[in-house]
Each structure stands twice: as C-alpha cells, then as structure tokens.
Design a protein around this ligand. Structure first.
Ligand SMILES: [Zn+2]
Length: 173
C-alpha cells in the first residue's frame, strides 16, 4: 500500500521571502537614433546610428489584482519615452567637451575642431554627460519612474545586438 502523500500546503509559506517584478522587452521599444560618444579622454566617435532595444523590469509589491503593474500601462509608459528618441540625433548637454547650443531652428554641437549642425526638430538634447547605453538607460529609467508607481526599475539598452548598458534605479526608502 502506498503511503499517503503529504498534504499540499494551503497557504504560501510566510517564512520564504518573495519579491515580484515584471519584465517587458517589446518590439515597440526599439528606437533608431544617431549619436556619438567620447572615450579615453579625447577620442570622439564619428556620428553613427543604432537600432536601440530597450528592456525594462519593474519591481514592486503585488496590488489588489495580484500583479505588480498592468503590463499594458508599463508598455505604454515605456513606448512614450522611446518614441521621443526615435529617428533623432541624441546629444548630451552635460558633456565636459562637447558643446551643444540650440537656437530656434538649429542645434550646433562642437568638439575641438569638429562641428555638427542639425535641425532642432531632429535632435533630442539630453541632460547627460555622454550618450552611452548606460546613461541612456538611466535617463529612460528616470522618466519611467516619474510615470508609473514602482519601487524600482531596471532599464537595459542594447545598442548593438548584445552590447547592453543597464541601470537600476530605486526610490529612496
Ligand atoms: Zn554608438
């Protein structure tokens, strides 16, 4: 005769801590943008573009629906941010050597003896020090935290099929 099986637990085990998050990596989060960064002090890349892929993870307690957040609400919030970057030139306004100046019509960026001029409507001026994937992830994450209720977000920005900058942001407790 088989021994009787252990009864199934009737409640979650309170001794085991659980945390929850949702992860979204939608096709709609891809944005195409131009940029250039500097590195190693005074090396400045030529202008080029990427099809940036964004993934977000949002952590928080479960609500009355037993989910962290509505997937569609997160999707829409991220897409609103990435759409604002799509088909634009991304320029850093806090870079110590790249000077970015805008007037009503045009943006002029200069680095040493190089100069780029773009229509203002083609550009997004970002208050970051360099348009690296990491700092783009942070900028996107801060915008996301402003628009959804969450304890923390983690944003990944893949700029080239597997080269990913990641930033995790949390509200101070
Ligand atoms: Zn690049």
């Amino acid at each position: 005769m088989n021994p009787s099986p252990d009864p199934l637990p009737t409640t979650p085990n309170p001794a085991i801590a659980a945390s929850y998050r949702v992860r979204l990596a939608k096709e709609q989060f891809v944005f195409c943008a131009a940029h250039f960064i500097t590195y190693a002090g005074d090396v400045c890349e030529p202008l080029h573009g990427h099809n940036y892929r964004v993934e977000v993870q949002v952590e928080g307690p479960l609500d009355e629906n037993h989910y962290v957040l509505d997937f569609i609400a997160v999707r829409d919030a991220v897409q609103k941010i990435t759409l604002g970057l799509d088909h634009r030139v991304l320029l850093p306004t806090l870079h110590p050597q790249i000077r970015v100046a805008a007037d009503q019509r045009e943006v002029t960026a200069t680095f040493e003896d190089r100069r780029w001029v773009f229509p203002l409507s083609d550009c997004v001026l970002l208050p970051i020090a360099n348009t690296t994937a990491e700092l783009l992830a942070r900028w996107i994450g801060e915008r996301l935290l402003e628009s959804i209720h969450a304890c923390s977000v983690e944003v990944s920005v893949d700029e080239c099929d597997g080269q990913v900058g990641v930033c995790r942001l949390s509200h101070p407790r």
